[in-house]
Write a protein that binds this ligand. Structure first.
Ligand SMILES: [Zn+2]
Length: 333
């Protein structure tokens, strides 16, 4: 079983939760608010395990019957509220929470309800939940996990302890990835930079074969841009536009590439580059491109990322990006 000590980041949230267990001042509702992949589920699980652990410490002991039930997902006093549709309906909240909250805990001092993706509750569901929050039984603890606390009714927010879960500092994440996923440091740094401080996402991409393939594809594309033929460029733009799921990853990988080019321009050293295996190519780009070119290309990428949401023609946008990049190389000759 995990422990609080093995969690990357979230030191303040964790010490707050541990202190509430130690002092016995456990609130009826907590709102864990932070971006996807930041560690909300992990922290909620550890907090729940601690509340119900028979040893009564401020960490789950990992050995008692309750901790073992937590590990296998069978703790009878814990309910993960599930939903089948994309919204969490009033039916979901009533049947799994409001209607059963009066049933006393089987064994421990608390009965815990966890609502993941709580931002998906519609207004009716939130109103139903609010009724329970207004008069909760003494043993009830409700954990609301959300990437958008603003989507909760103010009356729910005011009855909850709001815990802000911020992305982990990049350095901490890199160390954790090296330790956990046994990655060499430059790989860990690429995954961490790519994931923007989200351990879940960083670990997923560090372990994913697709990610390794996409990384290699992005690198060969970058290497080829200076001498790329027009038909190849059009093909890449077409592929980019049709591979919806891959777009964000590709854009992020190119962003990190440009960050590397910028870093090499600034310090002229290969040691700290994310694309360590391709440091020679990064250096070559850095020598050909001017600062303002790299800057303009990065800006262009952020624009493409932002525009994905509003259905701009991705094929043209990406094609123009490649064309612009090639032009900067040609200008430098
Ligand atoms: Zn235990």
């Amino acid at each position: 079983m995990e422990t609080f000590r093995s969690v990357v980041g979230h030191k303040r949230v964790i010490s707050y939760l541990q202190e509430s267990v130690r002092s016995g001042h456990v609130s009826h509702a907590y709102l864990l608010d932070g971006p996807d992949g930041v560690g909300k589920r992990l922290v909620a699980t550890l907090f729940t395990a601690t509340l119900l652990c028979r040893e009564g410490g401020d960490e789950p002991c990992g050995k008692c019957i309750s901790c073992r039930q937590m590990d296998s997902g069978n703790q009878p006093d814990v309910t993960w509220v599930t939903h089948e549709k994309s919204v969490i309906s009033v039916g979901d909240i009533r049947t799994q929470l409001c209607n059963v909250v009066q049933v006393k805990p089987m064994a421990g001092p608390y009965r815990v309800f966890i609502v993941d993706e709580a931002e998906r509750m519609n207004a009716e569901a939130q109103n139903a939940l609010l009724k329970t929050l207004e008069e909760p039984p003494s043993y009830a603890v409700i954990l609301l996990l959300t990437n958008n606390a603003e989507s909760m009714l103010p009356t729910i927010r005011s009855r909850s302890v709001i815990l802000q879960m911020l992305p982990a500092p990049e350095d901490e994440l890199v160390e954790w990835l090296m330790d956990r996923a046994k990655l060499p440091d430059y790989r860990a740094r690429l995954a961490a930079a790519y994931a923007g401080g989200s351990p879940g996402q960083a670990l997923a991409c560090a372990r994913s074969e697709d990610f390794a393939k996409m990384r290699d594809a992005a690198v060969s594309m970058m290497k080829a841009v200076p001498t790329m033929r027009e038909d190849r460029m059009s093909q890449l733009a077409k592929d980019f536009a049709s591979g919806k799921d891959a777009q964000e990853t590709t854009l992020a990988l190119i962003t990190v590439w440009l960050r590397d080019v910028m870093a090499y321009k600034a310090v002229g050293k290969k040691a700290k580059l994310m694309y360590q295996e391709d440091a020679d190519s990064v250096a070559a780009h850095a020598e050909s491109l001017r600062y303002e070119d790299v800057w303009a290309l990065s800006e262009e990428l952020s624009k493409i990322r932002a525009n994905r949401a509003v259905n701009v023609n991705m094929e043209t946008a990406f094609w123009l990006f490649l064309l612009k990049m090639q032009k900067y190389f040609k200008d430098a000759e």
